[in-house]
Design a protein around this ligand. Structure first.
Ligand code: NAD
Length: 510
């Protein structure tokens, strides 16, 4: 993650795609992961019953790997492996489980350059942007610290003499559906706490970005995790449905979009499988006139239109600026966005890479076209697919719309691309009402130097996370998750591991 001071000093530059040693080495890494295939138990399965997906390098559009798509057969084999591993993992002494997770964190740090390169080829995230190996290692160390701290309780007894206690038990086998915008990070957020709580896991990364999850599973085996405790079966909807419906799965943790979540909820109803759902967002970023505008502009521009090419669930894509500073702030956002180096995600000077697929590019450009044609706002910069040396990749210029209509599709719906909407407001009540007037409730951002207002507005915002005057990044120790249609359940912190234990009550008459 760039520090906010770095963001404002990056010189403008558009790079060419470098067909360099770095690209060759990264391509070899993802090819190797694809060729070795699914991680199931102590073996690798190179074929998939649901066919083959040609994975394209988002930077160049070239097919660089063939991914075997898992289907019901591979999911079934993986769930069986996870069930077999369950007694082994649960019988592993606590201190060994802690040591294995720390060893895994060490490996993630040792291989962080490879992890960043794999991430870049998975989905186009610049190597300069998110250090997915270090990020995942931090989550792994944090949850390693919980392994020996999950404690039960003794509870008071009504109407008799008894010893009544509560045990925190793992569910058993967890089905994890991780997102494509951070497949290795998703392993840190879901799989690591599940393992730390004593569960075993079958993960289904999406076919469009499977490599970070496969790499994580290989490192977990190298770290000494029992085979079968962490299985990974890349695939699409067929594999996802097979996982959610499998009778051997005791809980599902899903990250994805709202429509898919509805299908997951319906599928989970068959076996009454409990769910954690991390869904979408359309996070408001409220800039009051007393804010530190340097920070506010950096957060608005870099998180709102640049980081992950806008493909992040909690990014502040709906920016409300007070009328008194609107013109100044908007001019500075546009200038900052226009100075961002866009290009090859393997180039360490690049801050913004391509979007994940050609289809995503087409979909995002469609949203921009509809917004422009429908007068949803004024297109201030961007709005087009980048050509020249970047024409073969999936690049969209970072895009800013000003004076956006609060009720428009642009302001209300998740774009999941590098498109920032800026809106005006005049007073606190008005902006809180507008910020809350959205089906999502994942996150919000507030910029003000008035401490009382910061607390007051944070309390009134109907979202799972409020960030004031900064964006330090997601911390493994903090609970992250949605209100409203952004889902339920949490990743991170105590709440994140409690998602993976269920209380068992034992009463012993004395
Ligand atoms: P998506 O809903 O299309 O797919 C998510 C996953 O579900 C994929 O792995 C897909 O293969 C699988 N899937 C598809 N159909 C399924 C079915 N019928 N049953 C089971 N699984 C099925 O989402 P996406 O486009 O891959 O991701 C973007 C969405 O994810 C956005 O809405 C974004 O906000 C959200 N997201 C949320 C978070 C978070 O932590 N809250 C993080 C990243 C992304």
């Amino acid at each position: 993650m760039q520090s906010r001071s770095d963001w404002s000093i990056i010189p403008p530059l558009t790079t060419e795609i470098a067909h360099t040693d770095a690209r060759h080495a990264a391509t070899e890494l993802v090819r190797g992961l694809a060729a070795r295939g699914h991680v199931i138990g102590d073996g690798r399965v190179a074929d998939g019953s649901a066919g083959v997906y040609e994975h394209h390098d988002p930077a160049t559009g070239a097919v660089h790997a063939e991914v075997a798509l898992g289907g019901a057969a591979e999911i079934d084999a993986a769930v069986r492996a996870a069930r077999d591993a369950l007694p082994v993992w649960r019988a592993t002494p606590v201190e060994q489980r802690v040591a294995i997770l720390h060893r895994l964190a060490d490996l993630l740090v040792e291989r962080r350059a490879d992890a960043a390169a794999v991430n870049a080829l998975d989905n186009g995230t610049p190597v300069s942007g998110i250090d997915s190996g270090a990020y995942t290692a931090a989550w792994t160390r944090y949850y390693a610290g919980w392994v020996d701290k999950l404690e039960g309780q003794v509870v008071p007894v009504y109407g008799g003499d008894a010893l009544d206690y509560v045990l925190p038990e793992p569910y058993g086998v967890i089905g994890a559906i991780v997102p494509w915008n951070g497949p290795m990070m998703g392993m840190g957020q879901k799989v690591v706490p599940a393992l730390a709580a004593g569960n075993t896991v079958v993960t289904k990364p999406p076919e469009i970005a499977p490599f970070g999850a496969l790499m994580f599973a290989e490192l977990a085996l190298e770290a000494g995790l029992p085979p079968g405790a962490c299985n990974v079966v890349p695939g699409g909807a067929v594999a996802g449905q097979a996982l959610v419906r499998h009778p051997g799965v005791n809980k599902v943790s899903f990250t994805g979009g709202l429509e898919t979540a509805r299908a997951v909820i319906a599928a989970a109803a068959d076996n009454v499988v409990p769910l954690t759902l991390e869904l979408g967002g359309k996070s408001a970023n409220i800039i009051f006139p007393d804010a530190d505008l340097d920070v506010a502009v950096s957060v608005a521009a870099m998180l709102g239109a640049v980081l992950l090419s806008g493909q992040g669930c909690a990014l502040p894509t709906r920016c409300y600026v007070h009328d008194d500073v609107y013109d100044d702030v908007v001019a500075r956002i546009v200038a900052q966005v226009e100075g961002v180096p866009v290009g090859d995600p393997l180039d360490p000077t690049v801050l913004m890479g391509p979007v994940v697929t050609d289809a995503a590019c087409t979909r995002i450009l469609g949203v921009i076209e509809r917004a422009t044609a429908g007068g949803a706002g004024e297109l201030l910069t961007g709005g087009e697919r980048l050509g020249g040396p970047l024409a073969d990749g999936y690049y969209i210029a970072p895009t800013v719309f000003g004076d956006v209509d609060h009720d428009s599709e642009l302001a209300q719906r998740e774009v999941f691309g590098p498109v920032l909407s800026v809106l005006r407001f005049r007073d606190e009540d008005e902006v809180v009402a507008k910020a809350n007037d959205n089906p999502f409730g994942l996150a919000a951002y507030v910029h003000t130097r008035d401490v009382a207002r910061a607390h007051r507005v944070a309390r009134r915002l109907d979202v799972g996370t409020v960030t004031v005057n900064a964006f330090p990044g997601m911390s493994p120790s903090a609970p992250f998750g949605g209100f409203k249609q952004s889902g339920f359940g949490r990743e991170g912190g105590r709440a994140g591991i409690e998602e993976f234990v269920r209380p068992k009550n034992v009463v012993i008459g004395l």
